[in-house]
Design a protein around this ligand. Structure first.
Ligand SMILES: Nc1ncnc2c1ncn2[C@@H]1O[C@H](COP(=O)(O)OP(=O)(O)OP(=O)(O)O)[C@@H](O)[C@H]1O
Ligand SMILES: [Mg+2]
Length: 288
């Protein structure tokens, strides 16, 4: 099973849309595909597949192993988090390793946020036979994303999504820096919604007031492949050719890990040690 993570620091740039489009396109190439959403706070991945949270099929349970079994919908094994945390209630938590509480109901998930991610990525889900698992990450490089990287095994690579606006590119550069520093395999960059395809005159235009950034050049400079430029359109069907192109490129991709030199490795070690020291102090202070 090749696991692809779809990531961006910035929210709303199209991670879920690209994840869904990629799942469909890989399925159309005859691949067995799974979709996993890890955006605990956002919980909107089902919408990218046009699923209604009230009527979509539920997760199954394999009683012998207590594993969840994602239902097959439209030929894809799906686990959007609305199957677990409904859209109607917020999900609140205090600390990464305390219980997740669902407001509006009495349900508490007896594992922390970190535990939930660990369980989901390791023994918690029976995916059966899959060629690809597309994992839709939350925005940011926050704790859930760090937990994802802590527990994911055999990650094939990360797909970066960005718009070409100056603001989105600030987030893109941070994501690339994060992945390089963490020595994670990068598949390449997808530009999304960088131009609008007018349904009436069929002309394309740039939809932002800020200056556009050439993402081809940026990808070149960063040493990562530019995979596809997806326009903003008025229906998912129009995006099919772009996702078909993306899926073909992903089938032949050779994700690249940017090995850090000794100096940056040392910098990372210092940063990690600082993190451990801060956590220890935070644990000790309330006891004083
Ligand atoms: N190429 C596109 N053409 C038209 N609409 C798009 C396109 N890509 C994304 N959208 C729309 O933009 C919105 C945000 O997209 P999406 O939910 O995929 O972003 P996201 O990065 O997953 O967001 P979040 O960070 O909140 O999880 C959605 O309404 C989606 O339908
Ligand atoms: Mg999303």
């Amino acid at each position: 099973m090749r696991k692809v993570a779809v990531q961006s620091v910035k929210g709303g740039v199209g991670k879920s849309t690209v994840s869904a489009g990629l799942c469909y396109a890989l399925r159309d190439l005859g691949q067995q595909v799974g979709y996993l959403e890890l955006d605990i706070s956002g919980t909107s991945g089902h919408r990218a597949f046009g699923l209604d949270p009230q009527s979509m099929p539920r997760l199954g349970l394999k009683t012998e192993t207590s594993q969840l079994v994602p239902p097959t919908i439209q030929g894809i094994k799906m686990y959007p988090l609305a199957m677990k945390f409904t859209e109607d209630f917020s999900v609140a938590w205090r600390e990464s390793d305390q219980n997740i509480l669902l407001s509006g109901g009495d349900t508490a998930i007896n594992t922390g946020r970190r535990g939930f991610i660990q369980e989901t990525l390791t023994r918690g889900v029976d995916w059966g036979e899959l060629d690809w698992l597309v994992i839709d990450l939350p925005p940011s490089t926050g704790q859930d994303v760090m937990n994802f990287y802590a527990y994911i095994e055999d990650l094939f690579g990360v797909l970066l999504i960005s718009q070409p606006s100056e603001i989105a590119v600030v987030g893109l550069k941070k994501t690339i820096d994060f992945l390089k520093t963490e020595e994670r395999p990068i598949i390449g960059l997808v530009e999304n919604m960088g131009r609008v395809l007018c349904p009436h005159c069929r002309k394309e235009f740039y939809p932002f007031t800020s200056r556009g950034v050439d993402l081809h050049k940026l990808a070149d400079k960063e040493g990562i492949p530019f995979l596809v430029s997806i326009p903003q359109v008025d229906s998912m069907e129009r995006l099919q050719p772009y996702f078909a192109e993306l899926s073909r490129k992903i089938m032949g991709a050779k994700p690249k890990v940017f090995r850090q030199d000794v100096f940056s490795g040392r910098r990372r070690l210092v940063r990690d040690l600082q993190g451990v020291a801060l956590k220890t102090v935070a644990r000790i202070i309330p006891r004083l």
